[in-house]
Design a protein around this ligand. Structure first.
Ligand SMILES: NC(=O)c1ccc[n+]([C@@H]2O[C@H](COP(=O)([O-])OP(=O)(O)OC[C@H]3O[C@@H](n4cnc5c(N)ncnc54)[C@H](OP(=O)(O)O)[C@@H]3O)[C@@H](O)[C@H]2O)c1
Length: 329
């Protein structure tokens, strides 16, 4: 029975993944009692995690506790990191712990990165450019372009290098912008919904860049857990990982909408919540939008094809972002 160590259980993705994993895996004869350890800094959730989510072991700590993370990774067959796509030392510690296991033992690392890697920065005017690069997860040459200068490229590079050395089966999932509600007791917004709020608070309005026609690919959180379970099935099914590390990268997304439409939908919600005085989004230049990931993402296009993920069964049949936000008002 392979043991699982999960980072990020209280996040938007992690809480859905944990709940879904228990529901779905309980249905599977081959994994009736997959033992799950969770590593989290929140001390108030132990009863929920043991009794409702059914985890076997809880370890409290933060991502900077390197020795603790190494020791835990050394003890588990499968490590799943849906906690941070930015934290290089965290990924290094996970890899180091897995590598301390016996050479011949099977060990797996499933990592959640992000499609923010694939921003085409040749244009930063907020407009749609049909010549923007379309990344293809089924093309290893595209995946070989992943590097530390990309938004999530630091940990990705650590993991891809570890997988290339052949001791760890690595699987990286790159979701686009995630919306939706958290499951469980922690009302996590997730990265994109959080940075929209923070930017609105900073500026006093919800921005978009230029004409706002640049493409924002986004997916509902409910589409993620079923696919992560398919990746887990894939990882568990063979004694040795199949294909190169680049053939174990999966880009997943949903609707492609202009950033202006996303900003307008967020502006209405955040106005209803009393966070901004106007329900209208406002066009600004990249410089006027200030610092941070959101202006960088809004200024350019992210376009990709999920051919490899779709072959594995990925689909997005969820409500779109604008409709989701209008229902949440
Ligand atoms: N949401 C998106 O739009 C999006 C898009 C693309 C990629 N991603 C990536 O997908 C992954 C999951 O995203 P998410 O939206 O679910 O993230 P999230 O809601 O921000 O959750 C992050 C999780 O990591 C934990 N965490 C963060 N820093 C920690 C630290 N220093 N020590 C211990 N725990 C820590 C959080 O714990 P606390 O509850 O204690 O804070 C939480 O459980 C992330 O790697 C993210 O970058 C997200």
């Amino acid at each position: 029975m392979p043991s699982i160590l999960l980072f990020g259980v209280t996040g938007l993705v992690g809480c859905k993944f944990l709940l879904a994993s228990h529901v779905v895996l309980a249905l599977k004869e081959e994994y009736p009692n997959l033992p799950v350890t969770v590593f989290l800094r929140n001390n108030a959730l132990d009863v929920y995690l043991y009794e409702t989510a059914g985890v076997q072991r809880i370890v409290h700590g933060t991502f900077d506790e390197r020795d603790k993370i190494i020791a835990l990774a050394k003890e588990h067959d499968v490590v799943i990191n849906v906690g941070s796509s930015w934290d290089v030392p965290l990924s290094e510690a996970i890899v180091e712990g897995l590598n301390q296991q016996p050479e011949t033992k099977k060990k797996t690392l499933m990592h959640m990165s992000g499609a923010g890697n694939f921003v085409d920065k040749r244009w930063t005017d907020g407009a749609f450019h049909p010549e923007a690069k379309i990344w293809d997860d089924n093309n290893p040459e595209d995946m070989k372009l992943i590097n530390p200068s990309m938004l999530n490229g630091g940990p990705d590079t650590v993991i891809l290098n570890a997988g290339k050395r052949g001791k760890i089966g690595t699987y990286i999932v790159f979701p686009s912008g995630i919306y939706g509600e958290a499951a469980g007791p922690v009302p996590a917004l997730g990265v994109v919904q959080l940075i929209f709020r923070e930017k609105a608070k900073e500026l006093g309005f919800v921005p978009y860049i230029g004409e706002g026609s640049a493409i924002f690919n986004c997916l509902h959180v409910n589409a993620i857990a079923p696919f992560m379970l398919k990746v887990l099935d894939l990882a568990l099914q063979d004694d040795t990982p199949q294909g190169s590390v680049y053939e174990r990268c999966f880009l997943i997304g949903g609707e492609e909408i202009p950033w202006k439409n996303a900003s307008e939908a967020f502006a209405k919600v955040l106005h209803t919540e009393g966070l901004v005085p106007s329900p209208q989004a406002r066009s600004v230049t990249l410089e006027e939008a200030g610092e941070g990931e959101l202006p960088m993402l809004m200024a350019s296009n992210v376009m990709f094809a999920s051919r490899r993920a779709e072959k594995l069964g990925y689909k997005h049949n969820e409500v779109g972002l604008v409709e989701f936000l209008s229902q949440s008002r």
